[in-house]
Design a protein around this ligand. Sequence first.
Ligand code: B12
Ligand code: SF4
Length: 496
Amino acid sequence: MRVMLINPKFRLPIDTRTSPHLGLAYLGAVSEEAGYETMIFDADVEDESVTDAVSRFKPDLVGITANTPQVMQAWRTARAIKSIMDVPVILGGPHVSVMPSESTRRPEVDIVVRGEGEPAWLKLCALIERLKKGNPNFSPAELLDPQNPELSGILGITYHTSDGEEHSNPDHPPVADLDTLPWPAYHLFKMDRYTNLQPATDAIDGSKSFSIMTSRGCPYRCTFCSQSIMPVKWRARSPENVLAEWRHLVEDLGAQEIGLLDDSANIDMNRMLQISDLLIENNLNHIPWIFVNGIRANLATKEVLARMKAAGLKRTAFGVESGDPDVLLSIDKKIDHDTIRQAFKNAKAVGLETIGFFIIGLPGETEESMEETIKFACEVDPLIANFSMMTPYPGTKVYEIAKRQGKLLLNSWEDYVFFDGRARYEMPGMPAEMIERKWKEAYRRFYLRPHRILMTLMRKDFWINWKRTFKVAWKTIFPSKEKTELKKAIQSEAGI
Ligand code: B12
Ligand code: SF4
């Protein structure tokens, strides 16, 4: 049986980095482990159209991933595939996990897998393999026949039977033991077509940059964060299991940089100490690694940070979000500014580079609170300050607040991106103009301080890719009206 997994093309309005999709890499790995011939088609880097690839590979089952800005392209891709082949099409990923029936109501989508995908995907693969064996003329319509009970026992899926009735089976329990999962199937990607992980690591060859996830889930529930895919329960891989994959990345795949994608890697500090010790004992600490997402500042002690630094950690990030104490309290981040200050001090004291994530335009913000955020960013002074304009994703509390008390300024799911210089919603007392002005001001005031300019010019990484850096900075501050053209280009490049 042949299964095809697709990442639909979605280019952000600025030239961002591309990395292999870890969710698809895991799904590819479990599919291969189960004995299926597997193809991953990442439309971001492929030369051929998706329909050409489907005609060539002739899959028995297609899975498409979709975050919010990608979901419309996922539908277009599904439609294009259905127009040339009557094959079951399954959608999964962050957006469809929160809004499954919007997709299953569409004729081009047969089933949505909600949440962590591996168990339900494998069950669907096994079901379709069995049905096809018994019936060479099998058609996906049979799956959605109201008389057919086959789908009703598969947890974590949503579908509409052909009589129009929606079925949303109970959630699948989270993968209990992450050590049982195979390593992500990077060999199914064209690895030489991806970039490195972050602008400040340009000295590293893109094709040698890998991601790893050592834990899944996050026990916190910040009001702006789209935590819909992974269960609340934080689950971690054992240090030994992490070490084995790390060794594979370095020794078999030649990794020159590793990015940890965990939502909150340091929930168990002891585990991070153990992983660090293993990396040191096994001489793997010469390969730099970075935290791509924020780690919890309240758990970033000097001891843990120093040990991780000795184990090769180059850079850590902290989600600061707001410089205003009341706003920080209102978003349920469960942290205070002194703790954040101390975390940055600790990281710098042990010689780590730092990233700070900040948000402009959280509900209830005023010009003064945004001002506090800019000042706080300048005070803690990370190497990279990333200011996002609040984008309310469905499933978050901020989305509900913005819908109820304010006005969403988004026309389609494709607008749900951070970087095109436009406010995504406004509220009484917080007009779009204010959010946009303060966001631009944040970048300008943070990066155009004399010591920052000097620091940037002195970095080796900056000179390696300075043209790109300038282009990204320019497009961030002065977004062009290219979005419509961009959308057209994406659709035509996808061959659909
Ligand atoms: C790394 C990362 C990135 C990277 C790389 C993205 C990539 N290629 O994977 C970069 C920096 C490029 C990025 C960009 C963006 N990201 Co991002 N990103 C992440 C992050 C931190 C990790 C993703 C990951 O690897 N997860 C681990 C894997 C195992 O999980 P997964 O991918 O979700 O896949 C599992 C399930 O979802 C499901 N599944 C997924 N697809 C499918 C398909 C099928 C058929 C099936 C059956 C199941 C299935 O099964 C998988 C295995 O369990 C997540 C947060 C998170 N914890 O997931 C945010 C996250 C996915 N990103 C998010 C956002 C908002 C964005 C941006 C839109 C931000 C922006 N700049 O505007 C862009 C969109 C870029 C694009 N081209 O689409 C949101 C998505 C929210 C939403 N509603 O869509 C998340 C959830 C963060 C958050 N908590 O808010 N991102
Ligand atoms: S922002 Fe970070 S701490 Fe908050 S819910 Fe999201 S992943 Fe967890």
